[in-house]
Design a binder for this molecule. Sequence first.
Ligand code: GAP
Length: 513
Amino acid sequence: MAKQEDDFKKVISHAKEYGYVFQSSEIYDGLSAVYDYAQNGAELKKNIREYWWKAMVQLNDNIVGLDAAIFMHPTTWKASGHVDAFSDPLIDNKDSNKRYRADVLVEDHVAKIEAKIEKEVKKAAKRFGDAFDKEQFLITNQRVVDYQEKVTTILKRLGKSLEEEDLADVKKLIEELEIACPMSGSKNWTDVKQFNLMFGTKLGASAETAMDLYLRPETAQGIFVNFLNVQKTSRMKIPFGIAQTGKAFRNEIVARQFIFRMREFEQMELQFFIKPGSQKEWYEKWKENRMKWHMSLGLGEDNYRFHDHEKLAHYADAATDIEFRFPFGFKELEGIHSRTDFDLTKHQEFSGKKLQYFDTEENKNYVPYVVETSIGLDRMFLAVFSNALQEEELENGTTRTVLKLPAVLAPTKAAIFPLVKKDGLPELAHEIIDDLKWDFNVIYDQKDAVGRRYRRQDANGTPFCITVDHQSLEDKTVTIRHRDTMEQQRVAISELKSIIHKEVDMKSWLMKM
Ligand code: GAP
């Protein structure tokens, strides 16, 4: 646990030191769970967004994009169920006065039991070596079976009490499991209460006439209310999708994990409209498709898993999370929901406007069903960034801090160094930059010895360093160094563009899907 915390602290301080993420309004002591993306963070975020947009919109001729407003008519949120049901079950510890999400307290307790299972598996794998059969071990080792049974029982009970809004039972469960406040160790809890997560604001000049609005808590509703407008103007036929990226706002109470849980964050969502009855098939297809997208970035197969929901949201008939191994354990990165016809039907009901599709093959009107994929851009940023940050022992006994970002996402693709600040080397380095900058983000660096410049770019996540030396003036060649292998090659300046392009081009990465 201490190692996890330590690793996470390193991620946060590295993000600040290298211009990726800053606390919002830091000079005023910051605003809790609100963050700003700095020069490198803004580029990384933009690249992740583009990688998603290309995969979802540009490469699918049956998906189109949308950029809906953050403000929406307040009835939207009545219809969607957010006014009545978008809340978290909260519990306070009476001794520490700290507030927690009751379901998260229980899930963290479960995570501790799962960690014990993982420990047993690791021990056994070491003991049995090549002969180890993990699947067999999981069903035959009594201790592991007991742990697994405990996990299932707890999650089933939590799911049931949340489903039935039996908050007294959620408290009872916390007490029975003897869960203590992580800050104080006290088990002195208040009752569990529901708390709505939407931020309210007002539209209009005078207090009497102002209209109560909400900042959208998800981008999805902007898609639903535009469903027919987009379908008609794009002449899309079912099955088809509408995708959008944009800000969402939630008054998160438990917001202690850096950019994992923020009050202002960005979502990348797809609503895929389908024929009623085909939702199971499309739900499976989108599960597979989204996992392939994640795999294409090469963050490690073992770092992902599906987690099917016990408790379904009010709009879903099936739901799963793609979880990622963050520095603090496996947590939700993306949600995939089979949303039925809930949203369109509700908007029809509340607006009095038909939101139906005329199916020419079937010669009838119907309200389409929807499969949704929804990923937090900031969470994806944290997954990519935390996975990339590594400390490597080198052969000469020193260590280097290196940010092994997928080259396709790296904010700066290459740094160009003149070996010395004279003899025409800076001029040639600038010439190279002036040519490369039309295709890639590149930077110039002449400060310190080349070795230190390499280290600086390693920590910054830059995949290539290009050094211009005296030989370059004579034969128009340079040294190119690869961040991950630290290998150096002598190449012609005229080849640089194609060498970099090969490694950072979105097409070759997305082709892996
Ligand atoms: N439209 C469906 C929806 O909003 P969700 O599971 O509440 O579903 C989808 O959110 C994704 O948005 C999550 O998987 C997560 O990546 C991201 N997300 C949700 N709340 C967040 C928060 N407070 N901070 C950062 N990302 C968040």
